[in-house]
Design a protein around this ligand. Structure first.
Ligand SMILES: Nc1nc2c(ncn2[C@@H]2O[C@H](COP(=O)(O)OP(=O)(O)OP(=O)(O)O)[C@@H](O)[C@H]2O)c(=O)[nH]1
Ligand SMILES: [Mg+2]
Length: 362
């Protein structure tokens, strides 16, 4: 008998986005960034609405005029989800959801959702689950009442590894205690490894930087390992370390880490503290930048701010990656190096610079 192949039509979750704008000059950057975040979460953005934060309304964030404009848009362009590029309280999520009849995700839940889909190792899953539980716990009473839209399907409603969101306070609290204890265990074993490494005089180099800059691709090229690299935000959540061989038989330990983004949710920073500790304690940070990104200077600034907040004071090399995509020359500052992982340009120079920074007396 002939096999019948059913072609399943892919269901696309359509979203509209609302951006409260603090500074007019940042508007374009904000639009591009939120659009890429939505894409990474599997959402199709139908339209981005914005308004100055001066028009801030405590109940619904946006003013009544904007709310009306969105309602009219929805009449002709039905959507499933509203994404708000801001951190919302539980009642703001509920009010907006009731006003518009949509599922509502704020910036935090959107980023946690992307993390949840990227989590592969058990450590990554623990970190994301903890962040998700902390987020939900602080908004639980409002979410439980919001017309069954939360705990439903699609973006923002997924736990790591196919698990479902938990909306029961006692279960959430219990899970947070267990997960926090697991993270402590991970931190302890990392600390022990660090002590051992330092005792043996092995230097550690960490790849850090804005998400999608090419950190994992550079890691793969330098260590000839194959770890997941993708043109999506937050492709990497798991901390992977390998030996990197430099000249004269010298080597160091190279570690790939999670990507950075502006306004990184504090729920995530806390949950990823085990991973971020690796950055803080490294002997050298390779700050990888996608130099072909129109906003690369701003991305450097965002990463610098996060590193400074983390008190990561160690030496840094700024690796300006993807130079193969540049159509005109750019000026390079001290401690910056232009490379292309794709074309393998300047990789030997990068290795020499790493050796120099790690092993030569200053
Ligand atoms: N053209 C070009 N593309 C590159 C280069 N290096 C990396 N890419 C591409 O950039 C995308 C992101 O690369 P990743 O290595 O996953 O970036 P990442 O910084 O690890 O990203 P996250 O883990 O998501 O934070 C992938 O599609 C890579 O193929 C390069 O030198 N040139
Ligand atoms: Mg990566």
């Amino acid at each position: 008998m002939k096999k019948v192949h059913e072609v399943q039509e892919e269901v696309v979750e359509k979203a509209i986005v609302f951006c409260p704008i603090a500074k007019e000059q940042d508007k374009e950057y904000q639009f591009v960034e939120i659009d890429r975040l939505c894409f990474s979460a599997g959402l199709k953005v139908e339209k981005i609405f914005s308004q100055s934060v001066d028009a801030f309304n405590r109940r619904t964030i946006m003013g009544s005029g904007k709310l009306q404009e969105i309602k009219e848009f929805l009449q002709h362009h039905p959507c499933d989800t509203l994404v708000v590029d801001f951190q919302l309280t539980g009642s703001q999520l509920r009010n907006l959801s009731e006003e518009l009849g949509l599922k509502v995700l704020d910036r935090i839940l959107l980023i946690i959702d992307i993390f949840a889909q990227s989590a592969k190792s058990s450590e990554g899953k623990i970190e994301v689950r903890l962040a998700q539980n902390r987020y939900l716990l602080t908004r639980l009473s409002s979410l439980q009442g919001s017309a069954g839209r939360f705990g439903g399907k699609g973006a923002g409603m997924r736990g790591p590894g196919e698990t479902k969101l938990e909306l029961d306070r006692r279960k959430l609290e219990k899970e947070i205690i267990t997960l926090s204890a697991e993270i402590e265990k991970i931190k302890n074993s990392r600390r022990q490894n660090r002590v051992l490494r330092e005792k043996n005089g092995i230097k550690s180099v960490v790849l850090g930087g804005y998400t999608n800059a090419g950190k994992s691709s550079l890691f793969n090229l330098l260590t000839r390992e194959s770890i997941y690299a993708d043109n999506k935000l937050f492709a990497t959540l798991d901390t992977t370390s390998r030996r990197l061989f430099l000249e004269d038989g010298k080597f160091c330990l190279l570690t790939d880490t999670v990507g950075f983004i502006s306004k990184l949710p504090h729920e995530l920073v806390e949950s990823f503290s085990a991973t971020l500790e690796e950055v803080k304690n490294a002997d050298l940070i390779l700050h990888v930048v996608d130099v072909s990104d129109k906003f690369y200077v701003k991305n450097i600034e965002i990463t610098n701010n996060i590193l400074n907040e983390m008190k990561a004071t160690k030496n840094r090399i700024v690796v300006l990656n993807k130079c193969d995509l540049l159509d005109k020359p750019i000026s390079i500052e001290k401690n910056q190096l232009l490379v292309s992982v794709k074309k393998k340009n300047n990789i030997e120079q990068l290795k020499s610079l790493i050796a120099q920074m790690l092993f030569e007396e200053k």
